[in-house]
Design a protein around this ligand. Structure first.
Ligand code: ZN
Length: 194
């Protein structure tokens, strides 16, 4: 599958599961946006989650352990690890600092893939890479389902793989062109359970 076919396939899965919505949204930050992405909606379908994990794993450089930041990275990280047959650990924040807890101990010779659901600024992914490198472990791959960084993601220090790149416009409410056109912004998910 080439990149265009992959993009079309991933977009169809995101739309089918309502993981991507186009419209006029109020984000949790208070900013307005033309697009809302919620990967948890895609991953709630275990078939799509398995497919996404296997497709990422196949495209990534070699690794023998996956580590993901909680919460967003847990499901897709687990699916990537399962597809490759490796263990899976996750990190979590303790008083704001990214930490490996729960008895997860990094084996000698680990070649780690760090996997996220969505990369926006890439901040969480960088924190996990730094945590691992600080522990003397080699990071050989980084990945996410969605890259919505618009090319502004930082250098993760290891090759980065995504399934799709998505453009998302974000504005302060006072600068929002959709508001200027007279449309009303809605909170995504406010329609509730269907
Ligand atoms: Zn607006």
């Amino acid at each position: 599958m080439n990149r265009d076919q992959l993009t079309a396939d991933v977009m169809a899965r995101l739309r089918e599961t309502e993981a991507i919505l186009d419209g006029h949204f109020i984000l949790t930050s208070g900013k307005h946006s033309n697009r809302y992405i919620q990967c948890a909606k895609l991953l709630s379908h275990t078939g799509h989650a398995g497919w996404a994990g296997a497709t990422l794993a196949e495209a990534m450089p070699d690794f023998n352990l996956v580590v993901s930041p909680a919460m967003g990275g847990i499901i897709i990280g687990h699916e990537v690890a399962k597809a490759k047959g490796t263990p899976f650990f996750f990190t979590e924040r303790v008083e704001g600092k990214m930490t490996l807890r729960r008895g997860f101990s990094l084996p000698t010779g680990a070649k780690v893939a760090v996997v996220e659901d969505v990369v926006t600024s890439g901040g969480s992914l960088v924190e996990v890479v730094e945590l691992l490198q600080g522990a003397g472990v080699e990071v050989t791959a980084t990945a996410s389902i969605v890259d919505r960084s618009g090319g502004r993601r930082p250098d993760f220090g290891a090759p980065f793989t995504s399934l799709i790149e998505l453009d998302v416009q974000v504005w302060d409410p006072s600068d929002c062109p959709l508001c200027a056109d007279g449309s009303e912004a809605v909170k995504p998910g406010s329609r509730g359970l269907k």
